[in-house]
Design a protein around this ligand. Structure first.
Ligand code: UD1
Length: 430
């Protein structure tokens, strides 16, 4: 199994190209199930989760072709991928595929909308708390679906073959359930109003895509989304937005190690709350034409409290990385997680590097230390593992991160991007 070795202590200086967002690419790819025409997506990142979803969509009959295109001679790839679901060959998504990636459960929306029937395994996914699917089921039932849970599968049917628009108020904000209901309602008969919807930029990217395919959706990005159902969707071409979690991660890395980095292609408007938190630690964060510049000189890191919230609040997907940064702050900070239970698995591993963190319910209390010291550590989930990389970059001596397949799910060419900016980081393959 691959490991990543880091020798810490170097400041980061240079340019890091920001990839297309994993969390936007996945729902956009799933939307290809909704038309027999070709959906072309630009700026698709090359990640294990994307490859896995390509296999899952292939099971349903989606063909794809890739145009690899070097964006710059020496940095970053952007891929354009064409997806065509001419015929849906099966409406069953089996356990063997869905259990590898939670987001693949989302195929339930398009399959039900286009085919009137779907049988989808209950998902697996990251080990970050119980992640139920009750909101998906309630919401699809509100659109008229008849749903049974049978032997680990969700069996869904639309009476008379078509879902029917309705008003649905999410009892809790869910990104995935908002994606799925928006896709399902786009082909339903009549109007749907989704209230207390997720407002993440990835929701807006999907709504833009569906509208380019002929859907009638307004209000995406606000808490009320209106969808006027249409009979048919066609092909379209659309770009995946830049990854705001990758952007925030590298910004926090620079805030921790010091240095001066241009996050090329990043969009500051996608992560205001995280950038404000980074500024409060003492780093300079400046939106420029080509991206975002992050700069910190020798001054100390100020402690800053954060609480994770649905967008536009501080993202849970940056919580572990921010904790990494706070381990070397000049004082005490509090980090509160409100989205997922059990999303503090990085705490034990950061402690192996010398961090002082105690847990009190949903809050981590972090007492900054002057130095971290390299150690072998274990990646436990996608975002937790990158927090260990950031901490390793700032620690003295060698850190080896085990189980890096978690990182490969969500960070494109991480070692290469960091080593170009002066980090001593490489991959050890066995
Ligand atoms: C998405 C992101 C993930 C991010 C999360 C929150 C993708 C591929 N993944 O995950 O990176 O951490 O948003 O920003 O985009 N919940 C229920 N019932 C449901 C569905 C969700 O109780 O039916 C709960 C979850 O357990 C969690 C909360 O709602 O506590 C938010 O989860 P949700 O927004 O659905 O996360 P995902 O869409 O899975």
């Amino acid at each position: 199994m691959d490991r990543i070795r880091i020798v810490g202590g170097n400041a980061l200086n240079g340019v890091i190209p920001i990839s297309g967002a994993k969390n936007a690419a996945l729902p956009l790819m799933i939307a290809s199930l909704m038309t027999d025409d070709t959906l072309t997506l630009e700026n698709v990142p090359h990640l294990a989760d994307v490859e896995q979803l390509i296999r899952i969509l292939g099971n349903h009959g989606v063909d794809y072709s890739v145009n690899g295109r070097r964006v710059r001679q020496d940095q970053g790839y952007s891929r354009t991928i064409h997806f065509t679901a001419r015929n849906i060959v099966t409406t069953t998504a089996p356990y063997e595929l869905v259990s590898k990636m939670r987001a693949s459960f989302w195929v339930i929306g398009p399959l039900l909308a286009r085919m009137g029937v779907a049988r989808v395994s209950l998902p697996g996914g990251c080990a970050i708390g119980t992640r139920p699917v009750d909101l998906f089921i309630d919401g699809l039932r509100a659109l008229g679906a008849e749903i049974d849970i049978d032997s680990g599968y969700v069996d869904a049917r639309a009476p008379k073959g078509r879902l029917v628009g309705n008003r649905y108020v999410f009892p809790k904000v869910s990104v995935g359930a908002t994606h799925v209901l928006m896709m399902a309602a786009a082909l339903a008969k009549g109007e749907t109003v989704l209230e207390n919807a997720a407002r993440e930029p990835e929701i807006v990217n999907l709504a833009d895509c569906l509208n380019a395919m002929g859907a009638r959706i307004t209000g995406a990005g606000t808490e009320t989304i209106h969808i006027d159902g249409v009979d048919h969707l066609s092909g379209a071409r659309l770009a995946v937005i830049p990854d705001r979690i990758e952007t925030g991660t590298y910004a926090m890395a620079v805030a921790m190690t010091g240095g001066d980095v241009l996050l090329e292609g990043a969009r500051a408007d996608l992560l205001d709350s995280a950038l404000d938190a980074i500024r409060a630690t003492g780093a300079e964060v400046t939106p420029v034409n080509s991206g975002i510049r992050v700069h910190r000189n020798g001054s100390g890191i100020r402690p800053v409290d954060v609480t994770t919230e649905p967008y536009p609040g501080f993202p849970t997907d940056l919580q572990a990385q921010f904790m990494g940064l706070m381990t070397m702050a000049k004082g005490r900070s509090h980090i509160t997680e409100t989205i997922f239970e059990n999303r503090f698995m990085h705490v034990q591993e950061l402690a192996r590097l010398g961090a002082k963190i105690s847990l009190s319910g949903q809050t981590a209390i972090v007492d900054g230390v002057d130095h971290l010291k390299g150690a072998p550590v274990m990646a436990t989930d996608l975002r937790a593992s990158v927090s260990l990389v950031i901490a390793g970059l700032a620690a003295e001596g060698e850190t080896v991160v085990h189980r890096v397949y978690h990182l490969d799910r969500g960070f494109e060419r991480l070692e290469e991007k960091l080593s170009r900016c002066g980090a001593q980081i490489d991959r050890l393959s066995e």
